[in-house]
Design a protein around this ligand. Sequence first.
Ligand code: SF4
Length: 402
Amino acid sequence: MMSVSQLASKVLDGGRVSADEALLLYREAPTHVLGQLADAIRFRKHPERVVTYIIDRNVNYTNLCVARCNFCAFYRPVGAADGYVLGFDEILAKIQETIDLGGNQLLLQGGHNPDLPIAWYEDLFRAVKARFPDFKLHALSPPEVLHIARLNHLAVPEVIRRLIAAGLDSIPGGGAEILVDRVRKLLNCYTKASADEWVDVMREAHRAGLRTTATMMYGTVETHEERIEHLMRLRNLQDETGGFTAFITWSYQPEHTEHGGFEETGVDYLRTLALSRIVLDNFDNLQASWVTQGGKVGQLSLAFGANDMGSVMIEENVVRAAGASYCMDEVEIVVNVEDAGFVAKRRNMHYDVLGDPIFREREVPRMLSLATARADGDTSVPEELKNYPARSRGGKRLRLAQ
Ligand code: SF4
């Protein structure tokens, strides 16, 4: 086995590390060495000192979910009084607000709601594209695609084909957590998608021509070896398809979850990010997760392998439910990027640069807190839901009452 310094030379020469070598670096390399290696790779891939970000909005169309992952503080069980499904009009209004702030896509994800058949998603996507033809839908993580496939007795490729026909542009890499079944069983997320199933959905999406992202949520029950196994699975699929645009990692947020426990430290985040940059040598883009780590660690991420600040976000419900409530608008993201010695540029979902910060081109309102899915206490039920047959008892009751 090589020493840390031999491994460092190998990485600097452009060599690919094995799982064992990655583990040695993760366990034994000093933090500044991991940072230097990640930074060197990042500069090899992005020599122009640009840091990108996207203006978009995280919309969660429903919080009702049958999966019940024990690390999740966002979901409500089917039939819960504070469960919601957003109406098409509410979602269209959120898109208009996003466009007004210079945004060009929604990150649209939600719970596994048994009362939304595939036609609901198709009609929603078509309604979005009819009103906003150029607006992009980065929507439905692999476990949601699987849920739709199971609920509607369809094969995954058919679900993807139909959703693309309706307007799906890209799939977010959510729901990956750690792609090791031992971990997934302990987190009660094995039945929503096994590690193989998550990878298979992404493979099908890439085959259908979609670009997607990949994620990792670490810091629950997994070992360091399992974090590395996760990265290897992503690297292997990327070798096979080349379909991933970017990788995002964040630490488990424990507040209000069934699993409980503690959050990993900022140093662990930076080490994990740097290791990801080293292992994922076939990924172009790594995002900083400032929404879980805060703006300052987000800024430091730029020295630990990240070349993208993710999204201005506008709205966030999932991480907030688990206790983190960092907010940065475009002005603040740009200040953090520039103070770190980089040039900030707006991008689209394919990481094409769109231009300079929008607030330098025109007046946009400052955004001092992130929006939520709905105002507290709003329990309204959208009109159009009655057009879609419900599967759950609570959902059927609700339809009858409409
Ligand atoms: S993480 Fe997603 S699938 Fe799991 S309980 Fe939360 S909303 Fe449901």
